[in-house]
Design a protein around this ligand. Sequence first.
Ligand SMILES: [Zn+2]
Length: 547
Amino acid sequence: MRSRLPRGACAPALLAILEIACARGPGAPGPARAPQSLARAESTFALARDARDRFEVTVASGRSSSADGIPLGELAARANGFRDRLQAALASVDSSSLAGEDARALGVMRLVLGRDLSPVTLPDSARPQTNPKAGADCSADSALEIDSLRARIYACYGQAQSHLAVGTDTLDRLTILGLLGSTDDADRRRRLFLALQPVWRTMNGYRRLIALTVRTHATDSAASAQARAAGVPPDSLQPWLLAVLRAWRDASPDTLVEPWDWFYRNGRASRALSPRIPLARLAPLDAEVFRSLGADVRTLRVHFDLEPRDGKDPVAFTTFGARAPVIEPWIFTAYRTGGLDNLNELLHETGHAVHLAAIRTRPAFRDWPDSDPFTEAVADVVALDVYEPVWQQRWLGDSVPLADGLRGRYGGIVLDMTWALFEARMLRDPSSDPNEVWTGLTSEYLRIRPHPELSWWAMRGQLVDAPGYMMNYAAGALLIAAIRDRIRERHGPFTAGDSTWYGWVAPRLYRFGLERSTRDVVEEFLGGPVTPQALLRDLARMRPPSR
Ligand SMILES: [Zn+2]
């Protein structure tokens, strides 16, 4: 059906009448007018990506067979078999016979074949109950090439952050950060904070990594391209982040706070409301919230793998677990406790999942959009509501004052923005002392007491694993405020639930995959370019400070 519509016919303004025509289900045949060789290649592409997805989520879940009982070895063989067929099918397509969207589809498939579909082998980590990171040498700081240096730091980081000794307990990084927000005893907060030191030490090689990154990759321009793709002009981004940080500072008490007290000061909403969210309630509550918005995670085939496990990726993530005939999103996290912060993260990951589940486009374009800040932003549309008193009353039966909610909402965001500026400054001048850079930023804008002897910036895996990625969270925060504002303006409030919300948002923001550029999607949705105004307005609701 799609191929008979002119390019651009699925513009949001027309979606009200064309929704069904545009929202062609995954698995429908390829474009009727494309040459047969392209259609054949595209259906093989759908099978190859699907086989790869199923292999990868099985490995990530630490199991020896898939959810439907297929052994890992067979999943690997299938992934490789379809990959070989795809390679042959793509080679048989005469690219000179294609134009427009078909030519672009061929380009995407060739790119994905080379970039994402290299042959798979059974990794050691695929064996259940083993820890692939246990073997990394985390004591040496020997000269290494950039890729092995990155891999070693990240492996050591992963190992350290999941095994932190606090007294007689062994805790993980996220649990400690959660406890920093909830522990009333200031001495214990300090001890908890300092228990993170083994994590910080794993990033001793960061400065060298940054120097190698600058020398060998154009990371800064890659990050800029990501922001530009979301309609955020990279030249404006840093001044905008500084404007946001200044607004935060203006709305904050005029006293310095210790770094171990920062999380506590912003954690009032979490402290008051977390007791209402035990671990066992996390997943059901997450599902109920999305159901109230018209997104039923079971119908949408969202899979949840939420339990901690040795060797599990330290960063929560959502990915495609299947792509044909229908998309099945998988969420991986590692929760030892419930609470508002973990609920917020789970709602964020589920935001990614319902986004993926709403993608309706031809197989070549069935992928994440071309902009990570956009991807992060739309994942937060629902998650950010946990800080609104109306939402808290509905789902938790209690609420905190708005200013405390907003400190909870923006405490993490301004810290992410500070990390983004930190990374930008390190990339600009790799000879800088990271402790000094971090201390300067956090004391000036967040009013955190300087501790240049502590490397407490060194606890985001993304700094190592994905240089430039922190800027995506920052650009995403500007975007999300703009998008949330616009949804309320065009469709109405949804904080207390709205069963028509998902059906309205999905065709306008979620369905495109790589079919349209994110910039087009965003600017059409917002009715113009992104600005920081929506976020600054939201932040202004925080004043005057509640205490
Ligand atoms: Zn995310």
